[in-house]
Design a protein around this ligand. Structure first.
Ligand SMILES: C[S@@+](CC[C@H](N)C(=O)[O-])C[C@H]1O[C@@H](n2cnc3c(N)ncnc32)[C@H](O)[C@@H]1O
Length: 212
């Protein structure tokens, strides 16, 4: 086994959030990031229609399903499979690459309504360890998340988008400020300390043209 993989496995064994996620039957430790953000801003409510970008392996999805209840609807998207064991009628999983040019049309055809209460994106590229490459791949994912918000989020809706700290952070924050009444940058305790990720949280969407 490669040294880096062995180190990663040892780190994971010591990881409190990973152990808690396993004990509670969640698919990934990532759930604690969304739980933390939702506990701060009360984003997810019973009956909500939600789009989730980058849903696999399904930690966030299980939390969202708990919060929106049986009257809600979750459109969960990833290029990887979603290994949730139980069947939930409220979830529609769409396995597709969000970077393909007709992604928004594919999503539109699956949706019953264009009026979505909450859009969440935990999209992240496969990391190569080369900062610039990883950073700009992540920016491409942030841009499609923003395009999804512009197409589907209803007025007054909320969004959470994963971003990596870097040269575009200020522009992205300004862009969020041009679309949402309240904007927050959040680094949940469950984010790994050495990770540059944080989440842009937008509350009370009022729209606006996309320009950086
Ligand atoms: C950090 S993981 C998401 C974890 C998830 N929130 C959870 O709680 O289990 C990021 C996800 O983004 C997905 N992803 C990355 N690039 C993508 C793309 N171009 N199209 C669709 N999904 C993509 C990956 O497949 C991966 O499952």
């Amino acid at each position: 086994m490669a040294k880096s993989k062995r180190r990663w496995l040892i780190e994971r064994k010591k990881d409190v959030f990973f152990r808690q996620a396993k004990e509670l039957g969640y698919e990934s430790r990532a759930i604690f990031k969304l739980k933390y953000i939702d506990s701060m801003f009360n984003i997810l409510k019973e009956g909500n229609i939600v789009i989730e970008l980058g849903c696999s392996p399904g930690g966030w999805s299980l939390y969202i399903l708990e919060k929106i209840g049986e009257s809600g609807k979750l459109y969960a998207i990833d290029k990887a499979p979603l290994p949730i064991k139980r069947k939930y009628p409220q979830i529609e999983f769409i396995q597709t690459d969000v970077l393909q040019s007709d992604f928004l049309d594919i999503l539109s055809k699956k949706m019953v309504s264009d009026s979505v209460d909450v859009i969440l994106s935990d999209l992240a590229p496969n990391m190569t360890g080369k900062y610039e490459l990883d950073y700009y791949r992540q920016i491409a994912l942030v841009k499609i998340s923003i395009a999804t918000i512009e197409k589907f989020l209803k007025r007054g809706g909320s969004a959470v988008v994963k971003v990596f700290e870097g040269p575009e952070s200020q522009n992205l924050r300004k862009l969020f400020l041009s679309k949402f009444k309240f904007v927050h940058s959040v680094k949940p305790p469950a984010s790994r300390k050495h990770s540059s990720e944080f989440y842009l949280v937008g509350l009370r969407y009022f729209g606006g043209a996309y320009s950086t």
